[in-house]
Write a protein that binds this ligand. Structure first.
Ligand code: URA
Ligand code: SF4
Length: 186
């Protein structure tokens, strides 16, 4: 059994897939190691790669707004991605890259043991729920997944590109907090 900091160290030196050759920094994830709510995105973008931190670019600012609007803080939740190294030009991670990397995420989920997992976008959905995952159909629903409750929603970058997704994005985040409240009180 690894600790989170041991896993972070492993990621920083990892060469399990081709994304290692173009990364500046691996982006392990950050937040509370006892978070009840975990957010999972796709993979680092340019700013994340430069800073070694998840969701610190434009999409991250929108996620921050959402987290704050829910009365939470970045420090109280945990934020991670499907792949820890930036795909060149922000392309979608290839299936084999995601498959190589997802073991780290599994460890993170196991160690943090959140109650609710918010999947941000279709890459997170496809790699966690399954290949048939469709964001437009499955967002906004609570999916029972072993001991976790999963709420898929749009990726904040998609919300930035398409304003009509905003209302659904907010209501999905609110749903995640609502079901967390229900779990906590029972
Ligand atoms: N998009 C993601 O999916 N993850 C990040 O960390 C930043 C942007
Ligand atoms: Fe390793 Fe994941 Fe980076 Fe690939 S993306 S090199 S599997 S840490």
């Amino acid at each position: 059994m690894y600790s989170l900091s041991e896993l972070e160290q492993l990621c920083s030196e990892c060469k399990k897939c081709r994304l290692c050759s173009t990364r500046k920094n691996a982006v392990f994830g950050e937040g509370s190691d006892r978070a009840d709510i975990m957010f999972i995105g796709e993979g680092p973008g340019e700013q994340e790669d430069l800073q070694g931190r998840p969701f610190v670019g434009k999409a991250g600012k929108l996620l921050d707004k959402g987290i704050e609007a829910l009365g939470l803080s970045r420090e109280s939740v945990y934020i991670a991605n499907i792949v820890k190294c930036r795909p060149p030009g922000n392309r979608v991670p290839e299936d084999d890259e995601a498959a190589s990397c997802i073991e780290y995420l599994r460890w993170q989920v196991k160690l943090i043991d959140p109650k609710v997992i918010v999947l941000l976008g279709s890459t997170a959905g496809r790699n966690i729920i399954g290949k048939d995952f469709r964001i437009t159909r499955q967002r906004g629903n609570v999916i029972e997944f072993g001991k976790f409750k999963i709420v898929p929603t749009y990726h904040p970058a998609a919300v930035l590109r398409d304003d009509t997704k905003k209302a659904d994005f907010w209501s999905d985040l609110k749903l995640a907090v609502k079901i967390y409240g229900q779990i906590k009180n029972c």
